[in-house]
Design a protein around this ligand. Structure first.
Ligand code: PLP
Length: 365
């Protein structure tokens, strides 16, 4: 069986380094908000090219905290509207709702699965104050266009970079293409921890200051609370593990791209629509997502041939039970995507033989 993602194999090269780091943390006896978090925050900010990095508990909370910090700063108010792609992972929508803001869903482009900038202007009302741009599947959203529209209408731009660690547009990395960006280090992401973890990047000193406090009970100085904060801290241990892995992120992303180049040139089957890629650094292929008409049959065929696949995602947010208020809305492109997409195995630790086998089976379908 070729696994969709072999997390054991992905973390195997780092095991000795992880164990050394773990021993160091144990010897020190300091587990929350210490030197390991500080080190990772500054190295991740440096990697992204931003002035500040703020470690937090996970990717969802990274987004919620950005919104809450803007509310503290008076740049957002409860009830303000946030533009978000309709086909995103539900976390993006949940973050908007958890900050008492209102999601305004916009259709993506079918080719890139990312927010269609041409459709944003029509959705802007007097209450619209921000765009949450999601770099879905690892491909950057069209940030130049999105930032231009945002500037014209005085909107904040926030990146959901949970799937796009290291993706770059004209040498500027994801995390440094907007006012503030949220990252997840969920184990399956391109930069994955050994548990939950997240971070925020920004160049805004005022925002960073509020975020450092908000993630820790709204407190800058212990037992003195300036804001109604939350507990969403990055652990010392997870920070230490991420510091071990960060220097290898670019090489791992390149390995993903090598496999993708083979998939894109060698998969030849009219029944399978391959993803669009312009060949630049704007895609780090967190996922290799294809589309097909009879998805269930296709997935069963691959399973019979020992290839594990996943669907990202089977139900669009506006059709989820939890979001019943939005159930009557219609997003035809989003709905088509959710009916047809399926993700093939892709990771930096796949062998040439596995890739060749997958290509052969796909071409036989
Ligand atoms: C993984 C993911 C998140 C949430 O990250 P968590 O760390 O699981 O909270 C948010 N948005 C997108 C697009 C994601 O893929």
């Amino acid at each position: 069986m070729i696994k969709f993602l072999d997390l054991h194999k992905i973390n195997l090269p780092y095991q000795t380094a992880f164990q050394e780091k773990m021993q160091q943390v144990l010897d020190k006896g300091w587990f929350i908000l210490g030197d390991e978090v500080k080190t990772f925050e500054s190295s991740f900010a440096q990697y992204c090219g931003t002035k500040y990095g703020i470690g937090v508990g996970n990717g969802l909370e990274a987004m919620v905290l950005i919104f809450k910090a803007y509310i503290q700063l008076g740049k957002l108010q409860k009830g303000d509207e946030v533009i978000v792609p309709a086909n995103t992972y539900i976390a993006s929508i949940l973050a908007i709702l958890q900050a008492d803001l209102v999601p305004i869903m916009v259709e993506p482009k079918l080719e890139t699965y990312n927010l269609n900038p041409d459709l944003i202007a029509d959705k802007i009302s007097s209450k619209t104050k921000a765009v949450l741009a999601v770099h879905l599947y690892g491909q950057l959203a069209e940030m130049e266009q999105i930032n231009a529209i945002a500037k014209e209408h005085n909107l904040l731009v926030i990146e959901d970079s949970a799937q796009a660690h290291g993706a770059a547009y004209q040498n500027r990395k994801s995390g440094n293409l907007s006012d503030a960006a949220a990252f997840s280090f969920y184990p399956g992401k391109n930069l994955g921890a050994l548990g939950d973890a997240g971070a925020i990047t920004t160049n805004d000193a005022d925002l960073a200051k509020v975020l450092f406090a908000l993630r820790n009970y709204g407190s800058e100085q212990k037992y003195y609370n300036e804001f109604i904060g939350v507990n969403s801290r990055l652990d010392e241990l997870q920070a230490a593990f991420l510091t071990v892995k960060l220097p290898h992120l670019d090489a791992e992303n390149l390995k993903r791209k090598d496999i993708v180049k083979r998939y894109l040139t060698e998969i030849k089957n009219d029944k399978i629509t391959l993803p669009f890629w312009d060949g630049t650094d704007n895609h780090v292929f967190h996922l290799f997502v294809v589309r097909t008409q009879n998805r269930a049959q296709f997935q069963e065929f691959l399973k019979q041939n020992d290839i594990e696949t996943l669907i990202h995602y089977p139900v669009p947010p506006h059709q989820q039970k939890a979001l019943s208020k939005w159930n009557s809305l219609s997003f035809p492109i989003t709905e088509k995507i959710h009916q047809e997409v399926i993700s093939l195995p892709l990771s930096p630790v796949m062998t040439e033989e596995e890739v060749s086998y997958i290509i052969t089976i796909l071409n036989q379908y």
